[in-house]
Design a protein around this ligand. Structure first.
Ligand code: FES
Length: 293
């Protein structure tokens, strides 16, 4: 079945190279203003273990939609004005969280993300004008502007949906890994194929795993090999952190995971790396999905 016109346009945006220069400019600006650290991790949603932007976005969209609905009824001017103002106040943290995510995406994502942000910024400016008009007593103009603002924000929101669902920009890219591994134990190789202190990529059928032994070589740890952020190859990353709390840093955008547990230490990833149980049988290393009995 072919895509209908509006959705074809969404696909076209992904390939619009003309957007690369401004999108890269915004990305550089965000990196300069928001360097990696706890503030950026908070905006990504690392402490919550869930992307923050899609949670925050409910506030401006919900309040502005409600304001436009209330505008249809007489005697609701005060409540509608309060809702427009609340939406404006919540739009700042929402935009910051979106920009933090935007700065750690692929080029095709950033093209769509740039237009998504542009439509929302424009919509926000129109709602600000609506609030000003209402405050000056021009309720009719305020209502008209709010309707226009909602149209712009709805267009921006559709692009956000395309980013999240079509391009999987905010999805957990490692979630499927343990489900694809049958229950039970599976042989990975001989113990001496996994040199202590080194990251090793090992395929279990077509499933990439990351295998690591601490320097003392006593245990073997295995995580999903594709980063939960955007499926980067973790085995090409670097081992960081002190002994006992070693981490792997993804080579693509620097997400950092505990090698023993898969826990996220640094974003942009918000979902942990799926972890596998391991055991040594004779000289052979075996893995099993962590939930298996
Ligand atoms: S793919 Fe982005 S941090 Fe790993």
């Amino acid at each position: 079945m072919k895509n209908v016109q509006p959705f074809k346009a969404l696909n076209w945006l992904e390939t619009a190279k003309i957007l690369d220069a401004p999108a890269s400019g915004v990305q550089r600006l965000v990196h300069a203003v928001l360097p990696r650290g706890w503030v950026k991790d908070l905006l990504h949603g690392v402490p919550q273990g869930h992307p923050l932007h899609p949670v925050l976005v409910q506030l401006p969209i919900g309040t502005w939609s409600s304001a436009v609905l209330l505008d249809l009824f007489p005697g609701t001017g005060k409540a509608a004005k309060l809702l427009v103002g609340t939406g404006l106040a919540s739009s700042l943290p929402t935009a910051l969280a979106g920009l933090a995510d935007f700065s750690e995406l692929h080029r095709q994502h950033r093209r769509v993300g740039l237009v998504h942000a542009g439509a929302n910024i424009l919509g926000t400016a129109v709602f600000a004008a609506s609030l000003v008009q209402r405050a000056r007593g021009y309720d009719g103009a305020g209502r008209q502007l709010a309707r226009l603002g909602l149209l712009l924000v709805a267009a921006g929101g559709s692009l956000g949906g395309h980013l999240a669902y079509h391009q999987a920009a905010g999805a957990n890219h490692a979630e499927s890994v343990p489900h694809r591994v049958p229950d039970g134990w599976h042989r990975l190789g001989e113990l001496d194929e996994f040199a202590p202190g080194h990251l090793v990529r090992r395929m279990l059928g077509d499933i990439p795993l990351l295998v690591w032994r601490p320097d003392d070589g006593t245990e073997v740890f295995a995580l999903a090999g594709q980063c939960s952020h955007l499926a980067g190859p973790l085995a090409d990353g670097a081992v960081t952190g002190p002994a006992g709390r070693e981490c792997v840093e993804c080579p693509w955008h620097g997400s950092t995971f505990q090698l023993r547990t898969g826990e996220v230490v640094r974003g942009p990833a918000t979902a942990p790396q799926p972890r596998f149980r391991t055991r040594t049988v004779g000289s052979a290393v075996e893995v099993s999905p962590a939930e298996a009995g």
